[in-house]
Design a protein around this ligand. Structure first.
Ligand code: FAD
Length: 355
């Protein structure tokens, strides 16, 4: 089943409340309809944008000159800790259910907006857990080969906020399977701030519901749980990924800054904190540019708190911050949300052109 409309404003379907009209907007509520609509648009040579909860998207003011297919498929099965959810299931509702059923492995990913199908795309993670740790398989529709395929975790090529699916619109995620543990307890709590809040040493375990409650409380304090009454949550979450530096980049940063957070990564690389760099480059919480601003609770979230903001305004703020950090520290920040019809690069013609 699906619903088809013309000229739907995408601002109504993104958490930033930004984005112009979609030429055609289809809501697909069964897997067959989802595959069929994408296949038909491909055959007609029509550009396709697959939409979940719109919480990791920045869509340009001109909108999308093609077919937007919103994934609203439903269904969850659970057997021996193997949880399989259709792509359109709300992510946090799935986490809440697994916690209630004593299944361990995604409890620290409580409160993240969006739908299940998007979670493998950027290997969603928070508070010491990534979905890559529990994903057992991903079923996709391959638009190039025009067939349904199953990906093993290794084939998904998960890394920090990345996978084979990110930056490539070849695959439509249909369902995701997670292998969870029937322990009733959280996985060892890795994240120091969360461990402190729970009163355990890092590496300790707590009842699943305690872990979920603590994560939700920490996230609310940072404006990272959607709340219609909190303008700081009109965002796409973290706007920039934490930079992962080569040895040479680390050496250059060390010449310019002291005391920056540094976490070892595979391959001799070092991850540092984008929020730290932004803050030390002189952009405080709440820093505004016209109608858009940094969240007043979290330096890493760009927000569109009122009704006047445009995607163009947000892009200008993002560029200002990226340039400021590059000038201060020589590090080029990379956007975490997916841009539709926009680019951070200032190349002629890039801005505002859908593509
Ligand atoms: C307040 C807030 C807090 C956040 N906190 C976190 C966090 O802690 N950690 C984190 O990792 N992220 C976080 N995010 C980002 C976001 O919630 C996640 O990336 C989420 O998984 C996006 O899901 P979505 O359904 O909204 O995807 P959308 O925004 O609709 O889409 C994002 C991308 O995925 C593609 N896509 C969506 N569904 C499918 C599908 N079924 N098949 C193929 N492609 C698809 C879209 O085309 C687009 O490219 C946060 C966002 C907000 C607003």
């Amino acid at each position: 089943m699906n619903v088809r409309c013309q000229d739907v404003l995408l601002a109504g379907y993104t958490t930033l409340r930004l984005g112009g009209p979609a030429r055609t907007f289809i809501e697909a509520s069964t897997e067959d309809a989802l595959v069929e609509q994408v296949r038909a648009a491909d055959e007609a040579g029509e550009p396709v944008l697959v939409l979940g909860g719109g919480s990791n998207l920045v869509v340009c003011d001109e909108g999308f000159p093609g077919t937007v297919v919103r994934v609203s498929t439903r269904g969850v099965t659970i057997s021996n800790g193997l949880v399989t959810a259709q792509a359109g299931e709300e992510w946090d509702a799935l986490v809440a259910r697994t916690v209630a059923e004593g299944l361990s492995g995604i409890e620290c990913l409580s409160g993240i907006p969006g739908r299940v199908g998007a979670t493998p795309i950027q290997n969603v993670g928070a508070y010491g857990q990534d979905v890559s740790e529990t994903i057992a398989g991903v079923r996709v529709y391959d638009r190039r080969e025009r067939r349904v395929r199953a990906f093993t975790p290794a084939e998904c090529a998960f890394t920090y906020r990345h996978s084979v699916f990110k930056g490539d619109d070849r695959y439509v995620v249909l369902s995701v399977s997670f292998q969870l543990e029937e322990t009733g307890e959280s996985r060892p709590v890795k994240y120091a701030e969360l461990a402190r809040r729970l009163g355990v040493e890092p590496g300790g375990a707590v009842p699943l519901q305690d872990a979920r409650d603590a994560v939700l409380a920490l996230r609310r304090g940072k404006g990272m749980v959607l709340d219609p009454d909190d303008p700081d949550t009109r965002s796409a979450g973290s706007f920039f990924t934490n930079p992962v530096l080569t040895e040479e980049e680390l050496r250059l940063l060390s010449e310019r800054a002291e005391g920056f957070p540094a976490f070892p990564e595979p391959g001799g690389r070092t991850k540092t904190s984008a929020a730290w760099l932004i803050d030390r480059a002189g952009f405080a919480k709440g820093h505004a540019r016209g109608p858009v601003r940094l969240s007043t609770k979290h330096t890493l979230a760009l927000t569109n708190p009122g009704p006047e903001g445009t995607a163009r305004d947000l892009l200008a703020l993002a560029r200002e911050i990226r340039e400021g950090v590059r000038e201060a520290f020589g590090v080029t920040l990379v956007n975490e949300p997916v841009f539709v019809g926009l680019s951070l690069e200032e190349t002629a013609g890039a801005e505002g052109l859908p593509g």
